[in-house]
Design a protein around this ligand. Sequence first.
Ligand SMILES: C[S@@+](CC[C@H](N)C(=O)[O-])C[C@H]1O[C@@H](n2cnc3c(N)ncnc32)[C@H](O)[C@@H]1O
Length: 204
Amino acid sequence: MSKIVDQPERYFRQFVPKRDELLVELEAEAERETIPISGPVVGELLYILACAVKARRILELGTATGYSAIFLAKACEMFNGCVVTLENDHAMAARAQQNFQTAGIAHLVEIRVKDALEALSQMEEMFDYIFMDIEKQDYIRALPDCERLLVKGGLLVADNVGFKDADAFNRAMSENPAWRSVTLFSFLPLHSPEKDALCLALRR
Ligand SMILES: C[S@@+](CC[C@H](N)C(=O)[O-])C[C@H]1O[C@@H](n2cnc3c(N)ncnc32)[C@H](O)[C@@H]1O
């Protein structure tokens, strides 16, 4: 009978995707300053999913220093797309803008310095892909607008749904006929935290 590898966390850590100097620097900075970022495994997953759905319009809720938005922008660049990212902390948004310049993707990303829930309620433009990464108790509140703003066949990715505060969101997702969804509890090296769950959902 086949068995799982010994010390799976140690084993899988060696396969963390390679990334450039800027992303490595942002990871170190996030660790120093306790800024919760998605890290290289989820970053790469975001990139692969955006390529797979050929996303042209991507919406991110929660920019922080722009780490995940860099992965998203690099993916949608291939399809002449763009990223809109919402952040309510002015200082964080300014840091993200600087990082987008350094990454050479500033022309692909629009940061809106606003409360995500308020901004979502006023938005009319449609998206192919939404990445949700704000306060976890707000996921359930953001969900109806994500449902409204995502095209049919569009993808919603919600980070940190292993948090207790995401419980209402997880329950709603598993019951709502507007979505086809799966929740993966995983070991995610350099993610904040390293053991967490992600929700991947397709808008029906
Ligand atoms: C988990 S961090 C985002 C990490 C980023 N997506 C990454 O992976 O690199 C969450 C960010 O969302 C912001 N935020 C939290 N609640 C928000 C809200 N209601 N509207 C806008 N931004 C919010 C916080 O200021 C913080 O910078």
